[in-house]
Design a protein around this ligand. Structure first.
Ligand SMILES: Cc1cc2nc3c(=O)[nH]c(=O)nc-3n(C[C@H](O)[C@H](O)[C@H](O)COP(=O)(O)OP(=O)(O)OC[C@H]3O[C@@H](n4cnc5c(N)ncnc54)[C@H](O)[C@@H]3O)c2cc1C
Length: 477
């Protein structure tokens, strides 16, 4: 039976879930079909590297664009345009042959039959790469999911920007001192890199934007609090970096609450284990949970819902199904809890898979994946970042310049580099956030779109594909 389901993220307002309908994908013409789910850092790297005439690539993503997540906090605080960190897949892969993009949500996989089920039908695969990343983890608390601001998607960053700017406007309008203070109190839950970067950006707004653009509003009313269940900021960094971040934020009058857990958030009260904070503005940067697909046995899902993979990034026990990035669990001696959920592991795993897929075609030995730690960095304010590369650990303006250079390097497209550089440079020179525009979503009803009226559409069942030669080392473990 057909069934319509509602999906927040998909391009279609109503999408079609029918177990019997094939996705509308052209014939693979004797090539091996590689289905990549997710065009984030991992999926995008793989799709770009896998330019080989032996493969047909199908890229599936809920969204129609790649998001450069490290700079979402700057969109939230009206420092840069969302379009400078969002890159349409159709633009990136323009002109690529045997490359098909579908904006839909992958629902589950049948790993025995090599079939992927999605919101626009099912399709067979010769190789499936799950690169679905992670989403915000509210640890089952509905109020936190409903009322706090998250920072994973462009839509969330824009939502945050609206809420921050609206809070300033409402604080100006209200006659109630108590309400004004609630509107001017911003709590960031989570003391990792995202929480620190966000708190630093809010402190910049307080210092440079409020006094100039909101002269009728007392900037001193703006209270910024970071709540962390750890005993320090940036717990994944060295002590020196943690201290530098804490000192910098404290010097900007950001309050730091350590060893503190959030219990609930409702009616403008954030309930902490040891007291309450009256606020309407809470950012939740306190945890993620992998978006791993359903369909595997329970024991294949490790901590944080991550899929357990072997040394070739294959989901344990499967020859042709891989998981990479935030959704993969690959513990090593140095990282017994799995690789860090940052961009580098996702990109390096993707590079390894691209290499091995080409090797498999020629039945050549596969290369084991080894993670190369290139270091870590976090910006904590204008002209200030902490950087750790090997045993080197430095901060200040040098760290910030390196952070800036690297982020610009990784941002796709020359145009975007120039636009972002101009935004940053102007904002640095003038201390002005020129993008303080509140754009509220318009809600209108759309017609029901039925995307499958005909009989099942073609998709090559995997049994029609040429037999994939087994490469040495390509054995399920
Ligand atoms: C605010 C923030 C700041 C960060 N800062 C840094 C930083 O400074 N440095 C750093 O290295 N890392 C940083 N990270 C982490 C980094 O962004 C992630 O580790 C990285 O994006 C993981 O890459 P990925 O390919 O695994 O997943 P993602 O990049 O998250 O991509 C997953 C993709 O899958 C799609 N998707 C998910 N589920 C489905 C589904 N069921 N069907 C179809 N499509 C689906 C999503 O739409 C998305 O496009 C930051 C993250 C955030 C949120």
């Amino acid at each position: 039976m057909s069934e319509f389901i509602e999906s927040e993220d998909c391009a279609c307002e109503e999408t079609y879930k029918d177990e019997h309908v094939w996705m509308n994908i052209p014939d693979k013409r004797g090539r091996q079909r590689v289905v990549i789910i997710g065009g984030g850092f991992g999926g995008l790297t793989l799709a770009r590297k896998l330019k080989d005439e032996n493969f047909q690539i199908v890229l599936i993503d809920k969204s129609n664009h790649h998001v450069f997540q490290p700079l979402l906090y700057q969109v939230s605080t009206a420092a840069i345009e969302p379009s400078t960190i969002s890159f349409p897949f159709r633009n990136i892969f323009r002109g690529r042959e045997c490359f098909h993009i579908r904006a839909c949500e992958a629902l589950r996989v049948d790993p025995e039959e090599n079939i992927l089920y999605t919101t626009i039908g099912k399709l067979t695969f010769d190789h499936l790469v799950i690169a679905t990343g992670a989403d915000t983890n509210y640890f089952g608390n509905k109020n936190l999911a409903l009322y706090t601001m998250a920072l994973k998607k462009t839509s969330e960053a824009l939502y945050n920007r609206n809420q921050i700017l609206e809070s300033f406007e409402l604080a100006l309008s209200t006659n109630s001192a108590e309400e004004r203070q609630r509107l001017m109190t911003f709590v960031v839950v989570g003391g990792g890199a995202t929480g620190v970067e966000l708190a630093g950006a809010l402190a910049e707004m307080k210092k440079f934007v409020l006094p100039r653009d909101y002269p009728d509003l007392d900037a001193n009313l703006m209270r910024i609090v970071v709540v962390s269940s750890s005993s320090c900021l940036l717990p994944a960094f060295k002590e020196k970096s943690s201290k530098e971040a804490a000192d910098y934020l404290t010097s900007r009058k950001v309050e730091l609450l350590f060893n503190t857990r959030v219990e609930d958030f409702s009616n403008g009260i954030l309930k902490l284990k040891n007291g309450d904070i009256h606020t309407y503005n809470v950012f939740w940067a306190a945890g993620v949970r992998a978006n791993s697909l359903e369909g595997f046995d329970k024991e294949l899902y490790g901590p944080g819902n991550r899929l357990i993979v072997d040394q070739f990034n294959r989901v344990k026990g499967f020859d042709r199904i891989y998981a990479i990035g935030d959704t993969a669990y690959f513990p090593t001696q140095k990282y017994p809890n799995g690789l860090p959920q940052v961009a580098q592991p996702a990109m390096q795993q993707a590079t390894n898979i691209a290499y091995n897929l080409k090797k498999m075609i020629n039945s050549e030995p596969l290369k084991e994946f080894k993670y190369f730690d290139k270091g870590q960095m976090a910006t904590i304010g204008k002209s200030h970042a902490v950087v750790e590369i090997g045993s080197f650990c430095f901060g200040g303006i040098l760290g910030w310049l390196l952070w800036l250079g690297l982020h610009l390097f990784y941002i796709l497209g020359v145009k975007n580099r120039i636009v972002i550089f101009m935004d940053w440079f102007l904002s640095y020179l003038t201390y002005s956030n020129a993008l303080q525009i509140i754009v509220l979503p318009l809600r209108k009803k759309r017609h029901t779109i039925s995307i499958r009226k005909d009989e099942a559409l073609c998709s090559n069942p995997v049994k029609d594909s040429p037999e994939i030669p087994k490469a040495p080392g390509n054995t399920a473990s």
